[in-house]
Design a protein around this ligand. Structure first.
Ligand code: GUN
Length: 289
């Protein structure tokens, strides 16, 4: 029988630990996170609400700034410049996707890399690539924490990552590589995808298609990580992996929900705390010098 990786439970444990750590920081300013939410996308609303609830639970000061879908790129850039200067907010997160008239790359690049708790800024992605990570994209970071917690050794293993986004697939590959996995990046245009996936000891699926991965993709005993968050025709949340038929073949598998999702939020909180610590320390050093 496979071990079902309890992302929710691990997230709760880590959040509890973080809450205690923050409570002990009596001299430091409360870590602050601002989330900029443009428009009314229902999925984004839910994600942002969950981030706010977690922040409050942990003792991180959070603010959601809701902006109209008609906001111009210039106006949004101004809001980012405002929060780059604002001393109460150590983390800035712009919820994606953005409306089509806004250039997402320009927005991400406008965030001060020190406040980029999502780890999406090219500077932070470059650090990850160079093997000197600073801010790490939260979903792949959370997945690495799962491997660590369940003592899943990656050295020499063949890891196949399906999906090549800047948010998940590309940084995931870098993190796996840094832990000595042999990494193959696959995507929707990969030929013979099921046959390739079947050679994976570790299969990370972030393709964004509900129940895309079936039995034919799985090697006996593989570790399967499902990053998918899709709705079926009844509105139920489903992963990219057909869990019921895939699970019996695996050694470890993450469920959806209660798998990767809660870990993403946890790593966001962790990085907000670490960013706050670095920024407050550097303010102190500047004052003393
Ligand atoms: N949209 C979907 N996932 C994410 C995320 O991790 N961060 C941001 N900013 N937007 C997202």
């Amino acid at each position: 029988m496979p071990t079902i990786i309890d992302g929710k439970g691990l997230a709760q444990t880590m959040q509890e630990r973080l809450k205690e750590t923050i409570a002990k920081e009596t001299t430091m300013k409360t870590p602050g996170l601002v989330v900029l939410l443009v428009g009314e996308d229902p999925a984004s609303q839910t994600y942002v609400k969950n981030k706010e609830l977690a922040a409050t639970r942990i003792g991180i000061h959070s603010k959601i700034e809701r902006l109209s879908h008609t906001i111009t790129q210039e106006e949004l850039l101004e809001r980012i410049a405002f929060y780059n200067r604002h001393e109460d907010f150590h983390g800035i997160l712009v919820q994606l996707p953005l409306p089509k008239h806004i250039d997402e790359a320009k927005i991400v690049e406008a965030i001060d890399p020190k406040k980029d708790v999502d780890g999406f800024h090219p500077m932070n992605l470059g650090h990850l690539f160079a093997g000197t990570p600073e801010m790490i994209p939260c979903t792949p970071y959370g997945i690495m924490e799962m491997f660590n917690a369940y003592e899943i050794d990656l050295t020499g293993k063949h890891a196949v990552v399906i999906g090549r986004s800047n948010i998940v697939g590309k940084p995931m590959a870098q993190l796996l590589l840094a832990q000595n996995a042999t990494v193959t990046m696959a995507h929707s245009k990969t030929k013979e995808l099921a046959a390739l996936a079947k050679t994976a000891d570790i299969l990370v699926v972030a393709i964004g298609r509900g129940h895309f991965v079936t039995q034919e993709f799985i090697k006996e005993g593989a570790v399967v990580i499902d990053v998918g968050m899709n709705r079926d025709d009844k509105g139920k949340l489903i992963g990219d992996v057909k869990f019921d038929e895939v699970a019996p073949l695996t050694s470890f598998i993450t469920p959806v929900p209660k798998g990767v999702g809660p870990m993403t939020i946890t790593m966001l909180m962790q990085q907000t705390y670490e960013a706050a610590k670095r920024q407050e320390r550097s303010k102190l050093e500047n004052k003393l010098s």
